[in-house]
Ligand binder design. Structure first.
Ligand code: ATP
Ligand code: MG
Length: 561
C-alpha cells in the first residue's frame, strides 16, 4: 500500500451516498449509530462497525453517532456486557457524548406503535402455536397461507393485545403479527411477529413488561426515534430493509432513516461468532473474554494491540458489498507498523543460556550506552549494566553451526549489542550433553561494539547481565485456530483450535529498565518482537505477553510447505 493512497480519504459507497445527501440538502447533519446487543464482549468485527459509524461522525462534523444497546431480549442481556462495550468503544478512541441509548427506553413508544398498527388494520393477534406459524409461513418456493386469526376485528385485537401485556396469557399463547403479505417472495414480509409474551424480568425495565418487541420491529423504529439519518448494518439485514421501510411508511413517521448494508468483517484463523466466543469462555478453553488469544477488543488490547493499529486496519480494509475473508496478516501488519513507530526498544532474553566472560574482572560491572528508539519517550541513550555473567538466547548459539549462521559458535566472535566483541572459547555441558554455559572472552578494546583495529564481525546478539536481570514469565501468543477458515473445516469448531496458541516461558531474563514498568507497558524486545505487560503481573513477578513477532512467521511457514 503506497503512502499516497493511505493518506487520501477513500470514498467508499457509503460516503458517496452521504456526500450526495448533504449536497442535495436532504440532510444538513449526519446521524449514525452503533447498536450492539449486550450479550457478549465486542470483537474485532464490531471494531469495523465502530470505526465506520463513529468515524463518520468525526469526518462529517457537526454530526453525531449514538451508542444504542439493542436490549430487546430480556433473558440474555447483562450489565457486565453493557459496561465492557462502553469501555471498548472509548478505548478505540470514540465518544458518544450524551448520546447513550437503550432500545428498552423505547418500549412505551414501541408499544404505542403496535397499538397504532392494530388500529389501522396493519397488525393482528395470532393464536397459532410457534410450530403452526412456521408451517403456515410456507417456504422459499411456496407461498404461505393466512392464519385463521388474520381477520380478527380491530376491537378483538386491541383487547387481546392489552391482555397479553397485562400478563393474562402464558408464553406462546398469542403473538402480535404485522399484516403484510403471506405470499411475499421475501419471507420477512410474511406477517412477521412484532411482539411475543415473555414472563421475564428485563435488566432495565424490570417486571414492567410481559410482552417484548421483536428485534426487527424495534431496530428501524429506534433509529427513527433517534433521528438517525444513515443506518449502517451488515449484509444479512438486506432482506429486512423492506420491512423496516414498511413500518416507517405505514406509521407515517416524520423521520425516515436510510439503511445501507456493507459486508461484515471475517478474519482468517479466528471466528467472530459471539455464541462461540461465549462457549470458549464458559467451557474454560480460554481464561475469560479478555484472554489474549481471543479476537475480542478486550483480548487484543490485553495482548498489546493498539487502538491506533485497529483503526488503521479498519481504514485499510475499507467497505464493500461483497462478503469475504480478510487475511489476519493485514491486522498483524497494522499492529507491527504502529508499534514499530512507538515502542521503546529494550533487550530481553526469553530462553536464557549463561555466558561467563572469563577475562572480565570477577566483581566488575559497568554501564554501556544503549541507543533508544526515536519513538521512545526517553530520547537518546540509556545505560544498561554489563558484567562477567550474562544471558544470551539459547538459539543464538550453535555448537556446530552451518555456514550462514553468524551468531555464536565455538571459536566464533560476535558483537554483544551496545557492548563488546565476545568470542566463545569453551562449551560446558551437563550429563545429558545439554549445553549449560559458554565460557567466553571479550575484547576490552571494543567498547561500544566497535573494534579498535577495524576488525568486523557479522553477527550482533542481545544479552542481559545475569545479576541485574529482571526475571519474568513471558506468554507467547499465537493464532487461535490452526486453519484459515475454521467454519469451513470438517468437524467441530473446537477441534480446529490451536493447542499452542499460548506458550508460557517461565524463566525469561529482561534488562533492568523493565523493573517498575506498569501493566500495559509496551516495548520491543530487540530481535524478538513486541511485548506488553499483562495484568497478571504481581509484586512477585512480571508477566508479559508477546503481542506479535517482528516478522510474519506464518507466511514464511506457509511458503515452505
Ligand atoms: P448477534 O446478533 O449474533 O449477537 P452480532 O455480531 O450481530 O451478533 P451485535 O451486537 O448485534 O452482534 O452487533 C452490533 C453491530 O456490529 C451490528 O450493527 C453489526 O452489524 C455489527 N457487526 C457485528 N459483527 C460484525 C462484523 N464481523 N463486521 C462488521 N460489523 C459487525
Ligand atoms: Mg446482531
Amino acid at each position: 500500500m503506497s503512502e499516497e493512497t493511505e493518506d487520501e480519504v477513500k470514498k467508499d459507497f457509503i460516503r458517496e451516498i452521504i456526500d450526495a445527501d448533504l449536497a442535495s440538502g436532504k440532510h444538513s447533519e449526519i446521524v449514525t449509530r452503533f447498536p450492539p446487543e449486550p450479550n457478549g464482549y465486542l470483537h474485532i468485527g464490531h471494531a469495523k462497525s465502530i470505526c465506520l459509524n463513529f468515524g463518520l461522525s468525526k469526518e462529517y462534523s457537526p454530526a453525531r453517532c449514538h451508542l444504542r444497546f439493542d436490549d430487546t431480549n430480556p433473558s440474555k442481556e447483562e450489565t457486565e456486557y453493557v459496561e465492557s462495550i462502553q469501555e471498548d468503544v472509548r478505548w478505540l478512541g470514540f465518544d458518544w457524548g450524551k448520546n447513550l441509548f437503550f432500545a428498552s427506553d423505547y418500549f412505551d413508544q414501541l408499544h404505542g406503535f403496535a397499538v397504532q398498527l392494530i388500529e389501522s388494520g396493519h397488525a393482528y393477534v395470532d393464536s397459532l402455536s410457534a410450530e403452526e406459524i412456521r408451517t403456515y409461513r410456507g417456504t422459499l418456493t411456496e407461498p404461505g397461507k393466512p392464519s385463521p386469526h388474520r381477520d380478527r376485528s380491530v376491537e378483538e385485537n386491541l383487547d387481546l393485545f392489552a391482555r397479553m401485556a397485562k400478563g393474562e396469557f402464558a408464553e406462546g399463547e398469542h403473538v402480535l403479527r404485522a399484516k403484510i403479505d403471506m405470499a411475499s417472495p421475501n419471507m420477512n414480509m410474511r406477517d412477521p411477529t412484532l411482539y411475543r409474551i415473555r414472563k421475564e424480568s428485563h435488566h432495565r425495565t424490570g417486571n414492567k413488561w410481559c410482552v417484548y418487541p421483536m428485534y426487527d420491529f424495534t431496530h428501524g423504529l429506534s433509529d427513527m426515534l433517534e433521528g438517525v439519518t444513515h443506518s449502517l448494518c451488515t449484509l444479512e439485514f438486506e432482506h429486512h430493509r423492506p420491512l423496516y421501510e414498511w413500518f416507517l411508511k405505514v406509521l407515517k413517521t416524520p423521520c425516515q432513516p436510510r439503511q445501507i448494508e456493507f459486508a461484515r468483517l471475517g478474519l482468517t484463523y479466528t471466528v467472530m461468532s459471539k455464541r462461540f466466543l461465549l462457549k470458549l469462555v464458559e467451557s474454560g478453553k480460554v481464561n475469560g473474554w479478555d484472554d489474549p488469544r481471543m479476537p475480542t477488543i478486550s483480548g487484543i488490547r490485553r495482548r498489546g494491540y493498539t487502538a491506533e493499529a485497529i483503526r488503521r486496519f479498519c481504514h485499510r480494509i475499507g467497505l464493500t458489498k461483497y462478503p469475504g475473508m480478510t487475511d489476519i496478516s493485514l491486522l498483524e501488519f497494522s499492529v507491527r507498523e504502529h508499534l514499530n513507530e512507538v515502542a521503546p526498544r529494550v533487550m530481553g532474553v526469553l530462553k536464557p543460556l549463561k555466558v561467563v566472560i572469563t577475562n572480565y574482572p570477577e566483581d566488575g560491572e559497568e554501564m554501556v550506552d544503549a541507543v533508544n528508539h526515536p519513538g521512545d519517550p526517553e530520547a537518546g541513550k540509556r545505560p544498561v549494566p554489563f558484567s562477567r555473567e550474562l544471558y544470551i538466547e539459547q538459539n543464538d548459539f550453535m555448537e556446530d553451526p552451518p555456514r550462514k549462521f553468524f551468531r555464536l559458535g565455538p571459536g566464533r566472535e560476535v558483537r554483544f549489542r551496545y557492548a563488546y566483541y565476545v568470542t566463545c572459547q569453551e562449551v560446558i555441558k551437563d550429563d545429558h550433553g545439554t549445553v549449560t554455559e559458554l565460557r567466553c572472552t571479550y575484547d576490552p578494546e571494543s567498547r561500544g561494539g566497535k573494534s579498535a583495529d577495524g576488525r568486523k564481525v557479522k553477527g550482533t546478539i542481545h544479552w542481559v547481565s545475569a545479576k541485574h536481570a529482571v526475571p519474568a514469565t513471558v506468554r507467547l501468543i499465537d493464532r487461535l485456530f490452526t486453519v484459515e477458515d475454521p467454519h469451513a473445516a470438517d468437524g467441530e469448531l473446537e477441534d480446529q483450535l490451536n493447542p499452542d496458541a499460548i506458550e508460557e516461558l517461565m524463566d525469561c531474563q529482561l534488562e533492568p529498565s523493565l523493573r517498575g514498568q506498569k501493566v500495559g507497558y509496551q516495548c520491543q524486545f530487540e530481535r524478538l518482537g513486541y511485548f506488553c505487560i499483562d495484568p497478571d503481573t504481581t509484586e512477585d513477578g512480571l508477566v508479559i505477553n508477546r503481542t506479535i513477532g517482528l516478522r510474519d512467521s506464518w507466511a514464511k511457514q506457509a511458503g515452505k510447505r
